[in-house]
Design a protein around this ligand. Structure first.
Ligand code: ADP
Ligand code: MG
Length: 216
């Protein structure tokens, strides 16, 4: 779906005053293409499949939607973001923390494989609003009962094509089973192969597809 008349201004969106002020402080003056197309839908709460190339600002697209609806006074995991690698999870967490600077006491936790398990248990005991991680390690925490996903209302599958390429399909499916069925599911992918369409069919509800074509 492409809507060239979508507004470029963050002010055109129903974002909280705290988020808007912070965006101005960050020097985010204009929405990127994918943000202009996807954010109005994301903020309404529907399921969205967004396809756009690397570097197009997909993190802030889902990040702003997630942060805008998050209830910071409710200290439970409300958003789960799955990423294919630790590097990408760290990158997403960094961008989310930047966008969340104006929200006091918000806790964003990364849980990735290749990192020691013990400190993650300690962090989980302290609690978090948003968890960003890789499917294998998230599944492990869920299986051991150390990560409670019962209050998650937003599930983000970031770089979903790469997650499937890396063999995470079984883990993703196992995790999705532990997330409440009533939720917003957002899927970001650079490509849209059949396997992604099948995944979307399993885990999303009437998703709206937004595509920003590459310029070249
Ligand atoms: P993608 O996930 O699409 O590959 P990212 O979300 O990592 O891309 O964003 C790429 C870079 O663009 C990041 O450094 C981010 O801070 C920056 N960025 C995102 N949205 C905006 C915006 N509206 N204005 C300015 N910079 C932005
Ligand atoms: Mg990204």
């Amino acid at each position: 779906m492409s809507n060239p008349s979508a507004s470029r201004a963050f002010d055109s969106l129903p974002l909280s005053a705290a988020l808007r002020t912070n965006l101005a402080d960050l020097g985010y003056t204009e929405l990127t293409d994918i943000q202009a197309q996807a954010l109005p839908l994301l903020l309404v709460g529907v399921d969205v499949i967004a396809q756009a190339k690397t570097g197009s600002g997909k993190t802030a697209a889902f990040g702003l939607a997630v942060l805008n609806k998050l209830r910071v006074e409710r200290f439970r995991v409300q958003t789960l973001v799955l990423c294919p690698t630790r590097e990408l999870a760290d990158q997403v967490a960094r961008e989310l923390r930047k966008l969340a600077r104006a929200i006091h006491n918000i806790k964003i936790l990364t849980l990735c494989g290749g990192m020691p398990f013990g400190p993650q248990l300690g962090s989980l005991e302290h609690g978090a609003h948003i968890v960003v991680g890789t499917p294998g390690r998230i599944e492990e925490h869920v299986r051991k009962g150390t990560l409670d996903l019962a209050e998650v209302d937003t599930l983000v599958l970031d770089e979903a094509d790469r997650m499937l390429d890396m063999g995470f399909q079984t883990s993703v499916d196992a995790i999705v089973e532990q997330v409440p069925a009533v939720r917003q599911t957002l899927l970001f992918s650079a490509t849209y192969p059949d396997a992604i369409e099948a995944l979307a069919g399993r885990v999303m509800r009437e998703p709206v597809r937004v595509t920003v074509a590459s310029q070249h």
